[in-house]
Ligand binder design. Structure first.
Ligand SMILES: [Zn+2]
Ligand SMILES: [Zn+2]
Length: 384
């Protein structure tokens, strides 16, 4: 049985000393293994994972290693468990933890900073100077420390957000994605109501950026893309106007819709050279471009246009400044329905199929969720 010294457990939540976890071998090689159930330390809890959403970044990590990094190198053959968009139930408490109780449903954010470096002291823990150094207290679950494709994971209490009873497990996994969009628009961007926002690329982050922008009072909210079904979903989530770039010149249409000047914010979620350049030409003078995608190759950009027009360009990695808490508040209030982007559910034991659905967009998959619960149970909860 699992009963580490100093850790609080409950007979309501019996915890095995070993758990099932998917482990990354070589590139594209995942193996379901037994691992010791991890032990929470100070200010940490053990989360029983109930549902995990698959992110494009997981696919990238499993295939090419980056942007995950274990012991300063690629994460292959290091007994590493990926997965970062999960939710679950608090199953055990580290020493002296009284902020959460066993049995509470929580969703998580990825990053816990070291808490002692300059950036952490500024609240910018996603830019922790000790990134990738767990011995300093830094964690980025699914990137530098073990993640969610497992039965249990360790989370710092600062990375938890309570899930209301009315929210399904699957929807709760989407808080990370919504929180990332929110961080880019509000904490880093400074968005206030009435400002104009263009989102490039209707993937999960782009679609929820539309939803968050609309919920925060942005006007107009414009979404660009190529797939009609995704653009239609963008409309349902709050886009005032969608632009199919195969049919219209996105930069010209944005200019027309914004009185000829361009948008206050452009959130670039496609990650190609063409879309980065569209983004800077859609932004108005003094406007801001948030880079939320990872381009695969170096990008050539019209820097002179940025300089001449005082355009701010900034990258985001993840969901800092507790943006997940604010995203959770909007979702709990049903200000938008993030669950619209959840399309498929598989058992955790069938992760390879789930990854294939996400990678190949089988049956128009958007967010694919794996669960340790009965799939029909998850569906039932979601339907309630
Ligand atoms: Zn993600
Ligand atoms: Zn730090």
């Amino acid at each position: 049985m699992y009963q580490p010294a100093g850790v609080t457990t409950s007979s309501d939540f019996p915890i095995p000393s070993d758990m099932k976890a998917w482990v990354l071998g070589g590139p594209d090689e995942l193996v379901l293994r037994n691992k010791p159930t991890p032990v929470p330390g100070r200010a940490e809890v053990l989360v029983r994972i109930d549902a995990v959403a698959i992110c494009a970044t997981d696919l990238q990590v499993i295939h090419s290693g980056s942007p995950a990094s274990i012991q300063g190198g690629l994460p292959f053959n290091k007994n590493f468990t990926p997965g970062h968009e999960y939710m679950g139930t608090v199953a055990a408490l580290g020493p002296h933890v009284d902020e959460y109780a066993i049995g509470e449903r929580v969703s998580v954010e990825i990053h816990a900073g070291c808490g002692q470096c300059k950036r952490c002291r500024q609240g910018m823990y996603t830019s922790c100077i000790n990134y990738g150094r767990p011995e300093k207290g830094h964690r980025a679950n699914g990137f530098t420390t073990d993640g969610g494709f497992a039965e249990y994971a360790i989370n710092h209490i600062n990375t938890l957000a309570r899930v209301p009873d009315s929210m399904s497990d699957a929807e709760a996994t989407l808080v990370v994605t919504a929180g990332t969009s929110m961080y880019g628009l509000t904490e880093l961007g400074g968005l206030v109501a009435g400002e104009s926002v263009v989102v490039i690329g209707p993937g999960p982050i782009g679609l929820l950026a539309v939803a968050v922008a609309k919920a925060l009072g942005a006007c107009p909210v414009i979404l660009t893309g190529t797939r009609p079904k995704r653009l239609a979903l963008g409309r349902e989530l709050g886009a005032d106007r969608v632009i199919n770039v195969a049919e219209e010149n996105a930069v010209e249409v944005v200019k027309q819709l914004t009185g000829g000047v361009g948008a206050d914010y452009v959130v670039e979620c496609a990650g190609t050279e063409a879309t980065v350049n569209q983004a800077i030409h859609m932004a108005n003078r003094g406007g801001k471009v948030c880079l939320a995608a990872f381009p695969h190759d170096p990008v050539t950009t019209d820097i002179a246009h940025l300089v001449r027009n005082n355009i701010y360009l900034y990258g985001i990695r993840g969901e800092g400044r507790s943006a997940t808490h604010r995203a959770m508040a909007l979702m709990a209030e049903k200000r938008f329905d993030a669950a619209k982007i959840h399309t498929h559910t598989f058992p955790l034991s069938d992760l390879p199929t789930a990854l294939r659905y996400a990678r190949e967009r089988v049956e128009d998959a958007i967010k694919v969720v794996v669960t340790t619960r009965q799939v029909n149970e998850l569906a039932r909860v979601a339907a309630e």
